[in-house]
Structures are given as C-alpha cells and as structure tokens.
Design a protein around this ligand. Sequence first.
Ligand code: C2E
Ligand code: MG
Ligand code: MG
Length: 588
Amino acid sequence: METEAENIFRLTNALEETQDSPYCAAVQQQSVLTAILDIVGALVLILDRDSRIVCFNRMCEKVSGYEFTEIKGKCIWDFLIREEDIDSVKVNFERILKGDFPAEYENFWISRNGSERLIAWSNTAMLNDNSEVTHVIATGLDITERKLTEQRLQYLAHFDSLTDLPNRTLFYDRLSHVLGHSRRYNQMFALLFLDLDGFKFVNDSLGHDMGDLLIKMAAGRLPKCVRESDTVAHVGGDEFVIILPLLEKAREAAVVAEKIMEAFLTPFYLDTHECFVTLSIGISVYPSDGDDIDTLLKNSDIAMYQAKDKGRNTYQFYNSDMNTRALRRLKLENNLRKALEKNEFILHYQPKIDLNTWSVYGVEALIRWINPQYGMISPVEFIPLAEETGLIIAIGEWVLRTACAQAKHWQDIGHKGLLMSVNLSARQFKSQNLVLLIENILKETGLSPEFLELELTESVVMDDAEAAIKILRDIKTMGVHVAIDDFGMGYSSLSYLKRFPIDRLKIDKSFVRDITTDPDDEAIATAIIAMSHSLKLKVIAEGVETNGQLEFLRALDCDEAQGYLFSRPLPVEDIESYLKTRKVKSGL
Ligand code: C2E
Ligand code: MG
Ligand code: MG
C-alpha cells in the first residue's frame, strides 16, 4: 500500500506535468502540497540528506507544539530525548540514504511543554533522476494513548488492582519461570503461603471497605521484607504468596517469615480503629517438598494451615507428616459421607451440676464417631470437616433428633425436669429452616421445649449479631433455652450480649484450667460471672477437673459446673446409672 507521502508526491508530480509556466507551476505546486500535507491526519516530515527538517506539517506542529518557522533547518534528533531512540533513528536514516527503505519504527518525541509522545513512523525517500536519495519523507501516527491503553490492559491482566501486587496469573508465570531456572541450575527456592489471621472478623465487624483497606495496607508492608528479585503476589481474599528464588539454605525462608511477622507488629490504622493483625505462614521448599508447581503450592498451603492450628501468628515449614495428616483428613472426609447411613455416630452425655443444690440439672449431648478403621474419632476433628463439607446439616439433625428422643425417654422414666443441651454449629445455626426443624423434632419426639437447651459458641452468634438476635428470639419464643458456649474465646460486644435473648453463659474451659494459679484467668472468670449475674444470666464453668477449681469457682459465685471432676461424657447406659442418684456430694 502507498504511504500518504507517496500519494502526495504522486499528486504533485501530476500537477507539475499539467503546468505550462514553470513559475506558476512551482507556486501552485507548493500551495497544493502544503494544503494536502496539512489536512492529512498524520505527522509528515521531510528531511534533507543532513537530517534537517525542510517540511513540517500542521499535525507535526500540533503534536510538538512548535511552529515550522521555529524549527525549520533543525536536526530531527533535537526532538528525541531517549538515547536509544536517537541511535536507532540515526541507523535508520543511514539505511534510507543507502536506498534501504521503507523503515518502520517507534520513538518518543519530546514536545514543547515537556510531554513525551510516542510516534509510530513509516519512512520513504525522494529520489533524483540518478536514483539518489535527496530527501527522506517520514509519516507518523501519535500512538501515545493507544499504547497507554494497551499497557493498562496488560497491567490489569497481571496485577491486582486492590494491592498493585502481581495477581494469580503473573504469580504462576513467575513461579514456572523460577521452577524452570531452578531445575536447570540445580537451585533451591521457597514458596511462602501467607494468610491474615482473623481477617474475617475485621471484614465482618468493620465492613468490607475496611477489610479491603487492611488488605491494601498489609500488601504494602510485604515487598519491604523481601529482595527486589522476589515475587510477592496477592492471590485472593486475605491470601498472599511469596516466591524466594536462589536460596542457599531453607533457613533463609524462615528469616524472611520472621521479618514479615515483625513488620506486622505495628498496628494498622483503619479509619479510627487501631487494628493488630498477625499472619500464619506456610513454607515449602524446592526440591525437597515437591518438584512441580501444584505440589509446592499444596504443601505450602498445608503448612500454613498447620501454622494456624499451632495458634496462628507463626510460620511453619512443610514436612511429610503434614501430608499424612492431610491424607487422613481426606480419608475421613470420604468416610464421613457414609457415616450417617452406616450408623457410626453415637451420643455421649455429660452431667451438669447445680452448685447450690448439688443436683444434676441437665446433661450435654456430645457426639462420637466410631469408625471401623480409625476407632473413636473426636468431634474436634470431624465437626470442622462436617462444617466445611455441609454434612453437618444432616449430622446435626440426627444429633438433635436422637438427643430429644433420649430426653423424652428420660422424662418418661422419671428424670423429671432434666435439661438436654445440644451443640449447634455455625452452619446449622445459619441454615434457613432451623427453627422449623427444631419445632418438628420437638413435635415428633414429644419433648417439651423447656427441657431443650441449644449451645452456640460465642463466635457463631457474634458473626452476624443482628441476624443471630432474630433467630434466637424465634428459638426463645418456642420456649427452648439458649446457652453461649466457650464464652471468653471470641470477641463479644457487650451491647449485643445485652440484647441476646439467652439463658446461660458457659465459661470456656481454657480459663478454668489454670484458674487457681493464673491471675489473668481468675480475672476473666470473675468478670464473666459478675457480668452474667448483672445480665440475669446463669453461668456455668466447663472443664472442671479438680476440687481446687471447683472451690475457686464457688467462691466466685459460679452457679453451675461440668467436667471430669463429676463425670466424663458417658454412653447412654452409663449415664443412666449416674442419673439414678441425680445428687452429687458437695466437696467431691
Ligand atoms: P463443647 O461443646 O465446648 O464441649 C465440651 C468439650 O469439653 C467436650 O469435648 C467434652 O468432652 C470436654 N470436656 C468435658 N469436661 C472436661 C474436662 O473436665 N476437661 C477437659 N479437658 N475437657 C472436658 P468433646 O466431646 O471432644 O467435644 C468437643 C467439641 O465438639 C464440643 O465442645 C463441641 O463444640 C463440639 N461438639 C461435640 N458434639 C457436638 C455435636 O453434636 N454437634 C456440634 N455441632 N458440635 C459438637
Ligand atoms: Mg457445648
Ligand atoms: Mg465449650
């Protein structure tokens, strides 16, 4: 295709041929040429053999901010600022003079106001009768905006807009690059998987905007803890990954993890809130922990969960034991799906003692899973699994039905007034038809609602306190009791606590354990008991194992207690014999 400049010259040549008077022809030719050059939408420049400007159209004037009269005779390099552009234009110019054209290239022009414009040039030459180059014609397009858009799109495809860190796509790209390099040169590298502790709490309590702000601020601290050649990526939610290439020893990854944790010691300021945030970090190392991307990532993730299990705010290297645990988890999950239909669950019951009358006023139903392969599995292990998979809904329904039927049976055989406590998990509590389910089960089993109590952990009700209040009201309207379990472990807002229609607080066993020796635990238990009483709630201590703890709690005016001191959770037949007495002695 002909360039615009070629077109123009063809036109002017044609004009020349039709003119009789050489003077008239020259004038007309000049003005037509100028007019044409000025209306084309491209920059048109004509240079002589010394690269001096002899023609500069209106578009050139517009883009550069200079008038032709000001720059006439100046060298074209004067508009260029980048060394590499000057060099390449010189090379191209030389090539064109030698008859090697057209040449296409891009370079940055500096305009009068100092702004840089990116121009895409296309060159051709004017020849004399001896086919020698007399002039170089350059036509150009200002592609600055187009380039910026392209760069922005490129950026968006590879960087996370919230944090400005590499996104998942760029992370995978860099990781495969580092992996390839490490394989070839036999080098070690580490992958750090980071998760903010308690992020959900910030998000839920302060709102998503504050949650986003926290992620952004956290992201800002991370690159300062690593080398420039390392990659810090935001791969979603509150999760970050870091690639540390070229390690001499795995220990270097721990140094970085420690540095990161130290950087998080300073609180974040979210609006008016001072927020202390910690991190759990899992580390996998190439080649010992895997030699492909998926394995390394999976193992750093497993290690991160291990760090969470160890109490958070720590880092953890992957080791193969973790894999065994992860595998067990996977197998348990598969078995859990069939456990209900195979009747592998049973309920144990633990008595609850009224410390004023020393009588057993109720029992707590605690689920047990008897698996042919693994034996008895603790609910601490499988309830979270059931939660994650959603199986808790069916399992929870079974627990509620079995416990209610059992309670009704005990009422019928003479254990009048015995309260049956059943634990509800987060997912159950949030399930749409919970209230209807409870109603139906009570109807079906014939248990009177006042003999049923539901135990909900503090975090479950605080997760969405307003919604919880509504559900709790419905439950209370039915006549069913409610207790807040593991109290003291979460972050209760006292204003909410006042509004919750509940009957009882259960002091978490972690405060009871060292109550006689740890002044902090004593202070917490004292505060919970005093607060419960002022809110007209009963208070029960769980995990009471010694007489010392019991006496201490009694002195603090605790109403009720539950724990190994009185009895472990027992299977039906054993709890039935226990219940026969219903009275326990004071000072056991
Ligand atoms: P939880 O509801 O706080 O139950 C108290 C846990 O403390 C029980 O553990 C109980 O066996 C244990 N315990 C009782 N007395 C003592 C003591 O004196 N010392 C110590 N160290 N521990 C004591 P378990 O049965 O392993 O249950 C653990 C958790 O699993 C429960 O904590 C509850 O959150 C959950 N869970 C148990 N059964 C169910 C259920 O049917 N549904 C749901 N959603 N969760 C359940
Ligand atoms: Mg409980
Ligand atoms: Mg508890």
